[in-house]
Every structure is written in structure tokens, then in C-alpha cells.
Design a protein around this ligand. Structure first.
Ligand SMILES: Cc1cc2nc3c(=O)[nH]c(=O)nc-3n(C[C@H](O)[C@H](O)[C@H](O)COP(=O)(O)OP(=O)(O)OC[C@H]3O[C@@H](n4cnc5c(N)ncnc54)[C@H](O)[C@@H]3O)c2cc1C
Length: 251
């Protein structure tokens, strides 16, 4: 994390850039994590970061929208800070402790995205099941073929299993227990199960899977987001390998 916030009297001056920042086209305020102590002066890269909640000044903050394949209702942006000033009173908590504060929100965000992925997968499965029962080819519903049934049955099992992990993670979080492993596992399992179900729903619809009319093409596009964000599946695997299995850090 390279965006710098340098203290000058009663203000911080911010220079740097961020990417994939949601709703910056319409937002008045920004929650910003920036480096207040240079990297070579801290013991760990997560130290020396500070958190701010402040008003966006569009003169010194340049915002460019990223065109994307889905999620059109929420704009995503690249942001460039060029001498952006933040009053000291807009800092949240202690200087240098920002990463600790932001970490608090990461596990619930993973659980939330996992729930979204599961819901999307079940919605797609519902469409696929309905179409498979209704569409007749060679005088019988396509859903009478095991080649159609079995992938959908697998989707259901994987979605149900992912949903159990989502609930376990949510329960751990709600009851104040450590939930990092389950939140990451839920995000991974739900992201993959949701994507697989959406892809299978498109294939079950044949050519009409590609048509907008049945919505499954949209579900497939949307299902890529909880697969990629807020943490990639590969980095979840790294987390589980390191923090749960005790293997050496690989990156
Ligand atoms: C629609 C959308 C909205 C988003 N909204 C936000 C937002 O509001 N706020 C925000 O902060 N972020 C947001 N993001 C960013 C998102 O969290 C990141 O894109 C995501 O975490 C992946 O990081 P990256 O893009 O830097 O990928 P990279 O780190 O560049 O990784 C690229 C690929 O390489 C793999 N990879 C990287 N390192 C390793 C390794 N050591 N071993 C194996 N594989 C590796 C990754 O898993 C991935 O597959 C959003 C992204 C999208 C698409």
C-alpha cells in the first residue's frame, strides 16, 4: 500500500492512487487507508497505515470510472490523489493503527460476499431446473437425461455445503469467536459453487442461456465478482495453507 498521507500541521496531504473504488462517482465522502510512516521505517508492512473518513475534494482527487462486464448499478473507479488535504480530526483512531481497524471489517465482508454468491447460485439453479423440466427435445424433457440432472444435483450439493460454511462463519463472527478460517473458506467455497451453478445454468438453457431473456447470462457475469473479490481464491488458499495448516508463507 503506497498511497502516502504526510502530516503538515493540522492536516495530512495525500498523494497516490487506488483502484476498484466503489461508488466514487456519487460519493461525498471517502474511507481511506494511507501510509503515514514510510515502509522502510516500520517492522511490518501492515504497520504505519492510518485510516481516514473525509470529504472528497474533486479538485485534488481525480476519479475515472472503469467500464466493466456487470454490476452496472454500482460504479467502480480508479482514483488519483494529487495533494489532497485531510483535516487531522478526520483521522479514525490512532495514527499508524489503521490496518488493525480495517481488518475488523474484512471477515464480515467475506461472509457477506459468500452469502451473495450462494444466493446467486441458487437463483441460477432454480432457473436451470425449471428450464430442464419444461424444454422438450426428442419428445422428452431435457431434465430426464442424467447428463442434465447430475451437474445440477452437484450444484445443489456444493451450494448447500457452501451455505453451511457461510452460516458457521456468520455464527462465529456474531458470537465474537475467531472466524478468519471459516470466513475465508466460506468465501472460497461459495464463490466457486456460485460460479459453477451459474455456468451450468447457462449451459442447461442451450442457446437461450446466451439470451438476455432468461437472465442466466447476467447471473454468470455477476458470479465472477464474488469469485474474484474481495480476495482472490488463490489468496484464500494461501491463507488456509499458512494460518490453518501452519505451512510457510508462500508470497
Ligand atoms: C467489480 C469489482 C469491485 C471491486 N470493489 C472493490 C472495492 O470496493 N474496494 C476494494 O478495495 N477493492 C475492490 N475490488 C478489488 C478486488 O478486491 C481485487 O481485484 C481482488 O482482491 C484481486 O486483487 P487484484 O485485482 O489486485 O489481483 P492480483 O493480485 O493482480 O492477482 C491477479 C491473479 O493472480 C493471482 N495471484 C496473485 N498472487 C498470487 C500468488 N502468490 N499465488 C497464486 N496466485 C496469485 C490472483 O489470485 C489472481 O488470480 C473490486 C474488484 C472488482 C472486480
Amino acid at each position: 500500500l503506497k498511497t502516502r498521507a504526510v502530516r503538515k500541521g493540522d492536516r495530512y496531504v495525500v498523494d497516490g492512487q487506488k483502484v476498484w473504488i466503489s461508488t466514487a462517482q456519487v460519493a461525498d465522502n471517502i474511507l481511506l487507508l494511507a501510509r503515514t510512516t514510510p515502509l522502510d521505517e516500520v517492522k511490518k508492512p501492515t504497520h504505519g497505515l492510518s485510516l481516514f473518513y473525509t470529504q472528497i475534494d474533486r479538485e485534488t482527487v481525480k476519479i475515472h470510472e472503469i467500464e466493466k462486464m456487470g454490476r452496472k448499478a454500482v460504479d467502480s473507479n480508479e482514483i488519483f490523489f494529487e495533494g489532497f488535504e485531510i483535516p487531522v480530526e478526520d483521522r479514525i483512531g490512532e495514527e499508524g493503527e489503521g490496518f488493525k481497524y480495517i481488518l475488523e471489517g474484512m471477515n464480515p465482508e467475506r461472509i457477506l460476499m459468500a452469502a451473495e454468491a450462494t444466493g446467486l447460485g441458487f437463483a441460477a439453479l432454480d432457473k436451470a431446473k425449471t428450464y430442464a423440466a419444461e424444454r422438450n427435445v426428442f419428445n422428452r424433457p431435457i431434465g430426464q437425461n442424467q447428463g442434465i440432472q447430475h451437474p445440477l444435483a452437484r450444484n445443489w450439493m456444493n451450494l448447500e455445503a457452501a451455505w453451511l460454511m457461510v452460516q458457521r462463519a456468520a455464527w462465529e463472527y456474531d458470537t465474537g469467536k475467531p472466524c478468519g478460517a471459516s470466513a475465508n473458506a466460506a468465501k472460497y467455497l461459495a464463490g466457486e459453487a456460485g460460479f459453477d451453478a451459474c455456468q451450468q445454468a447457462v449451459m442447461t438453457h442451450g442457446g437461450f442461456g446466451y439470451a438476455r431473456e432468461y437472465h442466466v447470462e447476467r447471473y454468470l457475469r455477476e458470479s465472477l465478482i464474488p469469485r474474484i473479490a474481495p480476495v482472490s481464491p488463490q489468496l484464500v488458499l494461501c491463507f488456509i495453507a499458512e494460518r490453518v495448516l501452519g505451512l510457510p508463507k508462500s508470497y
